[in-house]
Write a protein that binds this ligand. Structure first.
Ligand SMILES: Cc1ncc(COP(=O)(O)OP(=O)(O)O)c(N)n1
Ligand SMILES: Cc1nc(C(=O)O)sc1CCOP(=O)(O)O
Ligand SMILES: [Mg+2]
Length: 213
């Protein structure tokens, strides 16, 4: 199981379009330097060789910053690297992933706006539960909507760290943390930036929100 306190703070998620043209590693390094505690490699392509290469490079970056790498969707790739995994409702069995990755691995589960899905994920061995989307998301506009009061209910009912995701930016994140989110997962408002310096500035600002909460 993850150490207490490890699953708190900014959770950066990569995006293949935003981080094309050589931006993946410098922008991720900037996010980690700015304080991101978790990094999810989210790449929907079927180019296995490139995915392995990129995930290995991200693993090295995360290790050098003391951050946790999570692979989206792909339990085999997570097992190959010995890192964490995020699974949605259509991405295969959480219990099987836990058996494959072992009890130390961080495994997250998408729960949309449903507490029942979070309770099920907890019983199947999840390390955290993710709710969203809380705001309009440019990355995933069709994701089912959730409201912030869900976070307080989840905190009372589910004994796992809670991730909030979907359209989160520096102006709307704080109330989600106040309501019970221990991690804020962000793509666009972190990585749609003109330079690594700007990514680092944003990551520092997101991370600072956790210091006053
Ligand atoms: C932290 C986090 N929360 C939710 C998701 C969404 O997962 P999923 O529903 O499987 O959708 P895809 O990301 O696979 O398109 C996530 N990736 N990370
Ligand atoms: C990948 C993903 N899953 C969501 C969900 O609600 O399950 S919202 C989302 C996209 C998050 O990106 P952005 O910070 O750019 O909105
Ligand atoms: Mg998925």
């Amino acid at each position: 199981m993850a150490k207490p306190g490890k699953l708190r703070g900014l959770y950066a998620i990569t995006d293949s379009q935003l981080l094309a043209d050589g931006k993946l590693l410098p922008y991720v390094e900037a996010a980690l330097t700015g304080g991101a505690r978790l990094l999810q490699y989210r790449d929907k392509s079927t180019d296995e060789a490139r995915r392995l290469r990129e995930a290995e490079a991200l693993h090295r970056l995360c290790e050098s910053h003391g951050a946790t790498l999570i692979i989206n969707d792909d339990a085999e790739l997570a097992a190959r690297l010995g890192v964490g995994l995020h699974l949605g409702q259509q991405d295969g069995s959480l219990a099987a992933a836990r058996a494959l990755l072992g009890r130390q691995a961080v495994i997250g589960a998408t729960c949309h706006a449903q507490l029942a899905l979070a309770e099920q994920a907890a019983s199947e061995g999840a390390s955290y539960v993710a709710f969203g989307r809380f705001f309009n998301s440019l990355t995933k506009p069709g994701a089912p909507a959730a409201t912030p009061d869900l976070l307080a209910q989840a905190k009372a009912q589910v004994a796992l760290p809670i991730v909030a995701i979907g359209g989160i930016d520096l102006h709307n994140a704080a109330p989600l943390i106040d309501q019970g989110a221990s991690m804020i997962a962000v793509i666009h408002a972190l990585f749609a930036a003109a330079s690594p310096t700007e990514v680092e500035r944003r990551a520092r600002a997101f991370s600072a929100l956790f210091e006053s909460n």
